[in-house]
Write a protein that binds this ligand. Structure first.
Ligand SMILES: [Zn+2]
Length: 179
């Protein structure tokens, strides 16, 4: 009695690629264009992205001159056009970052101060030092918080499957695109 699979071809290695049968589509996995493929440019690794962000440079191309003034970051990187402030409220991440650094430094100051100054604590001096940290650190750290956050933003943005398409649309101008 013939089995249900008897009419199939024997399982032996083929010396050539079988010709596609009519009606059977060759399935090719539609891969999204890789990040590297965008604009034919090598995209940096995550570590390099963070190093660039920590040194006030563009996370994507490493260019400097991203700031108009100490507090004003440009909309885009002057070299590669990467959008530095991507969305409304994008400053929130930078603010949180700035807050964490300020709080961390203040805590370090407090612990160090207590170790050195106890048991005769100079409360007035400690208060002045604390206020100075709370005021100065956010001001001094602000540009770094912006570029570090831009690097986080870039890594998240880049990991999206439609990165290449969005970047291409972004480059083509319109909707706040590059001039
Ligand atoms: Zn750039």
């Amino acid at each position: 009695m013939p089995g249900p699979f008897d009419d199939l071809e024997p399982d032996e290695p083929l010396p050539f690629e079988p010709a596609p049968r009519p009606g059977v589509e060759t399935t090719r996995t539609a891969r999204p264009a890789s990040a590297k493929a965008v604009a034919g440019r090598d995209e940096p690794g995550a570590l390099r992205v963070f190093v660039r962000g920590s040194t006030k440079r563009c996370p994507r191309c490493g260019s400097g001159r991203l700031f108009r003034s100490w507090f004003t970051i440009r909309d885009r990187c002057p070299r590669c056009g990467f959008r530095l402030e991507r969305e409304e409220g994008g400053f929130l991440g930078a603010m949180v970052l700035s807050y964490i650094v300020t709080a961390g430094l203040w805590l370090a100051l407090l612990v160090g101060w207590l170790i050195v100054d106890l048991p005769d604590l100079h409360v007035a001096a400690l208060t002045i030092a604390s206020i100075s940290v709370a005021l100065l650190v956010p001001l001094l750290f602000w540009p770094l918080s912006k570029t570090i956050w831009a690097s986080v933003d870039y890594l998240v943005y880049r990991s999206g499957p439609d990165y290449a398409a969005r970047e291409a649309a972004d480059r083509s101008g319109g909707n706040g695109g590059p001039p």
